[in-house]
Design a protein around this ligand. Sequence first.
Ligand SMILES: [Zn+2]
Length: 501
Amino acid sequence: MAESNLVEKFITQVIANSDYEDLDRIYLRNRVLALVGDSARAVTTSSQKLLDLQVELVNATQDNGSCQQGSAARDRVATQLMELIVPRPSKVNRDFWQTYQESPERAIADFYQLSIRSDYIKTQAIAKNIYFTATTKYGDLEITINLSKPEKDPKEIAAARDAKQAGYPLCQLCMENEGYLGRLNYPARRNHRIIRFRLNDQVWGFQYSPYAYFNEHCIFLSAKHEKMHIGRRTFSSLLDIIAQFPGYFAGSNADLPIVGGSILAHEHYQGGRHQFAMEQAPVTTKLHFAGFDQVQAGIVDWPLAVIRLRARDQAQLVNLATKITTVWREYDDERVAVRATTNGVQHHTVTPIARRRGHDFELDLVLRDNQTSPAYPDGIFHPHPDVQHIKKENIGLIEVMGLAILPPRLKPELEEVKKFLLDEPNQVAPMHLPWAQQIRARQRINADNVDQILRAELGQIFARVLEDAGVFKRTQAGQTAFMRFVQKVGLAEQSASPSDD
Ligand SMILES: [Zn+2]
């Protein structure tokens, strides 16, 4: 067989990356042809890599009419091709736990590599994202403009609108996604595998995020389709996860709209191997909570209101975190517009993040309040209207930690802002104009520094966005109010002191 033949080269790579052997070649060819059509046998290529060969096969399939046009149809073929190198779920799980007994780190690394090799983690799409850091008074904040999610074909959007909702899988975080073919309005998951593990005597799943926002971005999900709920079990689960998955942090989105993530219907956490700016922010005021001598606590130098707890003993941390959250759920302070409920509707919750510090466990609790008002209909502690031209979506777990996920619309919009700053003909959107004028008035801009200035200015806006989301502002009045809250939780005698860090 010719070395340039696309189908044969793909099969050679499948054999190299799986348990299949040379004897399986005829069978594999027929599996591939069933997906891409017999006429693909005529296609030649100079590519070598598994993923490039897969993309060319899918292109050939669309050319010869074996597959419908559109990204959903492409993905269905692509994930079935990649599934050829992914073992069945029981074997992936057995391999993981066998390796884990010798080395948890290696088990995690192997599963991560499998998720990349099989294109379950969309590395090529993720590489399209714009990413940079911007230095602010809160440290180096990270900014991404998310360009990785595929653009939908207008015909697919129309067809999806008319498609019946099947109700299976119930949501994108359900276990039932493992191996799911996908459909017009639902992603293809043939190459998807989930590691089962035990958490608080329940079965949970561990998987990676297909469109990762940071290194080894993973998801821990309940086997049951149950609503998100932050409470004692959340804190003990997060600490248990970071004990079971060394090197990873684990955090949860809040369980209320406006301050939560995009999926509230399915209990899940997120984690990964990445150091966020919040983690590096120091404690400015140390706190000693009464009855918790073993827990080091303090207020974190961060635009949102964060209490950091640290201890060797997980139970102490869970008890104190539960106490703080319980008090917060009921806490009112009219002086700073903080209200636990209006008309019986709850507004208060926390965004918790857990990590290891050597042998210690550390838990950051970010206090959240999702009230709206006539002046701030999208949320009082949410990006205010004057910064919504950059970010108006929820400030979820990842943003809270200092990584902005900005919408794709900003890429072309910022190109126009850049032209405006350089006095070139432009079509700056009216919503960006006041901001662009302010920047031009403040800075000496030329073609060499315009990108850097724009990035720095975006960083300043993101810092403002985070400040808007802070329930206790970084003013004297705000910090005094913060101290009233921690007093309510219960401080030991002579408990609050400025940090000497
Ligand atoms: Zn679900």
